[in-house]
Design a protein around this ligand. Structure first.
Ligand SMILES: Nc1ncnc2c1ncn2[C@@H]1O[C@H](COP(=O)(O)OP(=O)(O)O)[C@@H](O)[C@H]1O
Ligand SMILES: [Mg+2]
Length: 261
């Protein structure tokens, strides 16, 4: 396999994107992407606005299913299974691959109920067990200490940064294998952003993370591998240190040094 497709040798992959193309109403948005995502690492997708980062994340989570104008070809496999196979259970896929968006979107209910939301589908769970998972999820999202005294207060009373960590806790509560984060800190202040970055670094011992960001310093600070996309194509993919300090291609260098937007 080409080095830029899989820039690691000792890692195990959990997601493989193979020759994947996607178009909106016939207009190409992703062009023959091939890359593998390693397990228990943070992989950043960077590139200018409109290059296809969100489109790719949505494809991994099959969020294009309801958009009839979308066509795609190639394959995405998760733990060896084609995510578009007929037998794929899409709600189970979305449980195992959680997604967090740019703008925090807590539900209009208490902090506790937000995190419990996905667990309610597992009807047999005892309250004690649910409470333990909620504490674990809020702790993993670096929010527990700030909310443990007011779990039954409205989630909307939280600050923007806390709301985003709550959404991360809600996503973690159903114990996904992969967490997709689409510019999760771009609506937040610098201190909230650093908290999100720290929790991302801490979470990789538990799961695989894909971070979309247009903030290059953020990609450099938190990711192990970086994929640079431009106009729907994968331009360069490698260990983050190498992509930022010694990129193979002039196009990547121009982008990361700000000569191209
Ligand atoms: N729902 C949609 N319908 C039609 N075109 C879309 C839609 N979403 C994104 N696009 C187009 O696809 C391209 C990639 O967009 P997007 O994935 O949002 O990029 P990024 O997240 O990197 O900014 C852009 O040209 C955008 O205009
Ligand atoms: Mg986007």
């Amino acid at each position: 396999m080409l080095a830029h497709v899989m820039p690691f040798s000792a890692e195990r992959t959990c997601l493989n994107i193979e020759d994947f193309s996607l178009a909106y109403a016939g207009k190409s948005a992703l062009h023959e992407l091939t890359l593998s995502v390693p397990r228990h690492r943070v992989t950043a997708f960077i590139g200018p606005s409109g290059c296809g980062k969100s489109t790719l994340l949505r494809a991994i989570n099959r969020l294009h299913d309801l958009n009839e104008s979308v066509t795609h070809s190639g394959r995405i496999t998760f733990e060896g299974e084609d995510i578009h196979a007929d037998r794929m259970n899409v709600s189970e896929l979305r449980r195992r691959i959680g997604m967090v968006f740019q703008t925090p979107n807590p539900f209009p209910m208490s902090i506790y109920e937000n995190v419990a939301f996905g667990l309610r589908l597992q009807k047999r769970m005892k309250k004690r067990q649910r409470d333990d998972i909620i504490e674990w999820a809020l702790t993993s999202a670096a929010l527990w200490d700030e909310v443990k005294e007011r779990l039954h207060k409205s989630a909307w009373q939280l600050s923007g940064g806390q709301q985003q960590r709550l959404v991360i806790a809600r996503t973690l509560a159903v114990q996904p294998d992969i967490l997709l984060l689409d510019e999760p800190a771009s609506a937040l202040d610098p201190i909230s952003t650093l908290k999100i970055e720290e929790l991302i670094r801490n979470l990789k011992s538990q799961l695989t993370l894909i971070l979309v960001t247009h903030n290059m310093q953020q990609a450099a600070r938190v990711s192990d591998y970086t994929a640079f996309l431009h106009s729907g194509e994968l331009i360069e993919y490698g260990p983050t240190d190498q992509v930022f300090t010694n990129p193979r291609l002039r196009r990547t260098e121009n982008y990361i040094t700000g000569r191209m937007t």
